[in-house]
Write a protein that binds this ligand. Structure first.
Ligand code: KIV
Length: 299
């Protein structure tokens, strides 16, 4: 799997995303955390592949997203970038790498482009992030905003809670979305927001909204690949908005169990899984082994 096979799709650019939005065609976005998950998402026709910091929890087994480091995100961004030939790629700036000052955020964003090899970055936050977003977009780096439920701030939000459920919090959500739009974001993720609020916010913006737990009225949708493909053991908690489209964990388990049974029964490897050798070469090898044994017995 060293190189990604050719993909016939045209490269998705910001221009492609703008044109989809203009035509009212939904934008499809999916997370990918490594080479194989990016490869399949790209081949399945995703417009945007996001190296989300959800990787901390679903791919690295961390408690929450606050633990993941810039260097870890960069490693995963690079592997995703190697596999992605068509989709527009975005890397998530992890907590602590952009909140201190716009200069810190720009320095981190530049690392994501130069070292992570992604084409844009995402950061969480609303109005308060305007100077930061302006700093990054002015340097020519596309920024995807993220408002509503911002998991990096789960401690101050009181956990993973739906946002914008009252008229005043819906209004502040709209102000956040308008703020990140004015600062230059090419699109904004709306996470865990009532569907009617997300739909109205979408109508009031000129950039696309990408919903996750925000209903069908957004300009596009994003899901965490591990969740939607069912790549987790039974019994794991799933947010209400996730639709499980597959059972990758169950399929992988079945395949590994079949391999285990074959090995125990000596049914794998079969003849077709082995490398042939000319008979006369093997006969000569056997003769050589015998000669070695004889020598050892005489010594
Ligand atoms: O980290 C992530 O995967 C995300 C998406 C769910 C939007 O932020």
């Amino acid at each position: 799997m060293g190189a990604a096979p050719a993909n016939q799709r045209k490269k998705v650019t910001l221009g492609t995303l703008r044109s989809l939005h203009r035509k009212g065609e939904p934008i499809t976005m999916m997370t990918a955390h490594d080479f194989p998950s990016a490869h399949v998402a790209d081949h399945a026709g995703m417009d945007v592949i996001l190296v989300g910091d959800s990787l901390a929890m679903v791919s690295l087994g961390m408690e929450d997203t606050s633990e993941v480091l810039v260097e870890e995100m960069l490693l995963h961004c690079r592997s995703v970038a190697r596999a992605t030939k068509s989709a527009f790629t975005v890397g998530d700036l992890p907590m602590g790498s952009y909140e201190i000052a716009p200069e810190q955020a720009l320095a981190t964003a530049i690392r994501f482009i130069k070292e992570g090899r992604v084409q844009g970055i995402k950061l969480e936050g609303g109005k308060e992030m305007v100077p930061t977003i302006e700093k990054i977009t002015t340097a020519g780096i596309p920024v995807l905003g993220h408002v509503g439920l911002t998991p990096q701030r789960q401690n101050s939000l009181g956990g993973f809670r739906v946002q914008g459920k009252t008229s005043s919090s819906a209004m502040s959500l709209l102000e956040d979305a308008l703020g990140v739009q004015a600062a230059g974001c090419f699109a904004v993720v709306l996470e865990a927001v009532p569907a009617e609020v997300a739909a109205l916010v979408t109508q009031k913006l000129s950039i696309p909204t990408i919903g996750i737990g925000a209903g069908a009225g957004c300009s596009g949708q994003v899901l965490v690949q591990t969740d939607m493909t069912g790549n987790f053991p039974p019994g794991r908690y799933l947010p209400k908005f996730v639709k499980k489209y597959g059972d990758v964990w169950g399929e992988a388990k079945k395949a590994i169990e079949a391999y285990r049974d074959d090995v125990k029964a000596r049914e794998y490897p079969a003849k077709e899984h082995t490398y042939p050798m000319p008979q006369e070469e093997f006969a000569a090898f056997e003769k050589g082994v015998k000669a070695l044994e004889n020598e050892a017995n005489q010594a």
